[in-house]
Design a protein around this ligand. Structure first.
Ligand code: FEO
Length: 173
């Protein structure tokens, strides 16, 4: 049993995770349009991970007896100029998500909601990894600048990313 306030906050964030999935799907298409198939793969994997995050929130809320509310999806941008811009926007987006997860965790602590605190722990750790991966790629992109060969090498690295369903996930997409 979670409070109405907690369930409302989690429901709101669940929609944010779905919005994140749409954002990365759009980024995958933009990377593909730039001729960067490896980056398109990387963002497609990111999209699938966000769908898992969305479903984790969905399942938790349903298991806690919440009738979830799906909000209408907002349009996401698709007018990126470079891979560098895509990664800058990605890191900025993940930093916002991290703040939201931290706020949810603070609310759960305040409400002495132990179940939600445990549920959110996975996301706290996940955000460290997400931001770290983005920072690594961003650092490499800054190093190569406009050098086409360097960008293609990073694209080849991004092609290696594989989607792995986290253990115990509610849905493989
Ligand atoms: Fe679901 Fe990338 O945070």
């Amino acid at each position: 049993m979670i409070s109405g306030k907690m369930s409302e906050s989690l429901n709101k964030h669940m929609n944010f995770e779905l919005q994140s999935a749409h954002l990365y799907l759009s980024m995958s298409s933009s990377a593909n349009e730039m001729g960067l198939k490896g980056a398109a793969n990387w963002f497609m994997v990111q999209y699938r991970e966000e769908m898992i995050h969305f479903m984790k929130f969905y399942t938790y809320l349903v298991d806690q007896g919440t009738n979830i509310t799906l909000l209408a999806s907002k349009a996401v941008p698709n007018n990126y100029k470079s891979l560098l811009e895509l990664m800058q926007k990605t890191l900025a987006h993940e930093q916002v998500i991290t703040s939201c997860i931290n706020e949810l965790s603070e609310q759960a602590v305040k409400e002495k909601d132990h179940a939600t605190q445990i549920f959110l722990q996975w996301f706290v750790t996940e955000q460290i990894e997400e931001e770290n991966n983005d920072r690594d790629l961003l650092a490499k992109l800054k190093l190569v600048g406009d050098n086409g060969h360097g960008i293609l090498m990073i694209d080849a690295e991004m092609a290696q990313r594989v989607f792995i369903v986290p253990p115990g996930s509610p849905l493989a997409v």
